[in-house]
Design a protein around this ligand. Structure first.
Ligand code: KG4
Ligand code: ZN
Length: 396
């Protein structure tokens, strides 16, 4: 039953290193979107430390939920359902959000909806598309035809075909996985390369900020090497190797390491790392004077290579699977060069393209509440035995 406000879902997300809660109305209207980032906790380690993440989630979850309800101006009883990320992600981190959501649903007597984190990333874009159309007084068409979604984050590089329609008597979104990485995720490559160059964590925003200062054509990383490797290692699994698209980002990471060795960049990397670690809250602007032109060129070339590989394969998939539109989501969708180059290609191919706003690109709970809405409407609630699913896949 709707509350007097109507259709309010409290979303909870704790799959990695952000503790997040949000209140979203009817799956599209964000009343609040609160994120407690753990960047400062994991920064000294250059990556997420799972045990520390679980502990931080436990510390933050109640304050974050309280803050988001306060900001939305609603009380616990106004909420119609609670939505929580069930996976994929870090087991201990997911368990904090799930245990909290289950207890809250039980205490309030409200339904619980389980959401796949990757579906959440896709809905971050869809919810904004629906809002944009409404604000321009146009009918939205996100539920018509096939959408090709590139989900590109620290843990994932996947291509999905998303479809909305009636399945087994229920109107729902269905997904077909048509592409994936065979090794590292693109965001992971950004993070590892930033670490290799003595920059901050997470690496994506650092590389994004420094790349415009370098020449992207300076270091020609050959993508045939990545393509060949992907084909060699592409175990078919659930995917059809003749049709599906494979990414591989471990090759470029190794090529970067080799480059720093060949050009003896070790000492300058160490100096940069030490200088930045002395700052309380280092920012990419602090790194710029610590980077020589060779380093900036390397950063720019790395970013251009990764973005172009993502772009080429995404549009190849759009053509192969006759997609009506392309969306890009996940943390790496915040990348400015990616947005520019994907948009240019979409114009050339006459395909509509959409990205999430910056606040919805990286992990958040508004996307979880939005993805939960159609499930709530069709009565698809979580089982009592809901638990963390660290390797949960999306679609078939
Ligand atoms: O979606 P997200 O917050 O968490 C996961 O589900 O993984 O994505 C985080 C990832 C990190 O690897 C981070 O370096 C990357 O997204 N990222 C970026 C940018 N902002 C975040 N990568 C490239 N450019 C950016 N501006
Ligand atoms: Zn994510």
């Amino acid at each position: 039953m709707d509350s007097p406000l109507g259709g309010l879902i409290l979303g909870i997300e704790s799959s990695c290193d952000e503790t997040a809660a949000a209140v979203v109305r009817h799956g599209t209207e964000i009343l609040s979107n609160t994120v407690a980032s753990q960047i400062a906790v994991h920064s000294p380690y250059g990556g997420v430390v799972p045990e520390l993440a679980s502990r931080e989630h436990l510390r933050n979850i109640l304050p974050v939920v309280r803050a988001t309800l306060r900001e939305a101006g609603v009380a616990y009883q106004d909420i119609d359902a609670i939505a929580v990320t069930e996976g994929p992600g870090l087991a201990g981190a997911l368990l904090v959000g799930i245990s909290f959501a289950k207890s809250l649903a039980l205490a309030l007597g409200k339904p619980l909806v389980a959401v796949n984190h990757l579906e959440g990333h896709i809905h971050a874009v869809l919810l904004e598309e629906v809002r944009r159309a409404a604000s321009e007084d146009e009918p939205h068409n996100v539920e018509k035809g096939q959408t090709l979604a590139l989900v590109v984050s620290g843990g994932h590089t996947h291509l999905y075909l998303a479809d909305f329609g009636e399945t087994a008597g229920r109107a729902r979104w269905t997904y077909r996985n048509v592409g994936r990485t065979v090794d590292d995720a693109a965001g992971e490559a950004f993070d590892k390369v930033a670490k290799l160059l003595g920059l901050g964590y997470p690496g994506g925003p650092w590389i994004d900020a420094l790349a415009p200062h370098g020449n992207p054509d300076a270091v020609p990383f050959t993508f045939s090497q990545i393509k060949a490797k992907a084909h060699r290692r592409g175990e078919p699994g659930a995917l059809d190797p003749t049709e599906n698209i494979y990414f591989s980002f471990s090759g470029i990471k190794t090529a970067m390491l080799r480059y720093t060795k060949v050009y003896e960049m070790g000492a300058s990397i160490e100096t940069r790392h030490t200088a930045l670690s002395k700052l309380e809250n280092p920012k990419p602007a602090d790194a710029l004077p610590l980077c020589d032109q060779r380093t900036l060129d390397l950063i720019a070339s790395f970013q251009r290579s990764v973005v172009d590989d993502l772009r080429r394969k995404t549009f190849r998939a759009a053509e192969r699977f006759h997609a009506q539109r392309v969306i890009v989501s996940g943390g790496v969708a915040a990348n400015r060069e990616l947005r520019v180059r994907f948009t240019a290609e979409a114009i050339e191919q006459h395909l509509p393209i959409a990205f999430p706003s910056m606040a919805l690109a990286t992990d958040n709970a508004a996307m979880i509440a939005a993805a939960a809405w159609p499930k709530f409407v069709s009565g698809s609630f979580a089982e009592e035995g809901l638990t963390a699913e660290p390797s949960l896949a999306l679609g078939r």
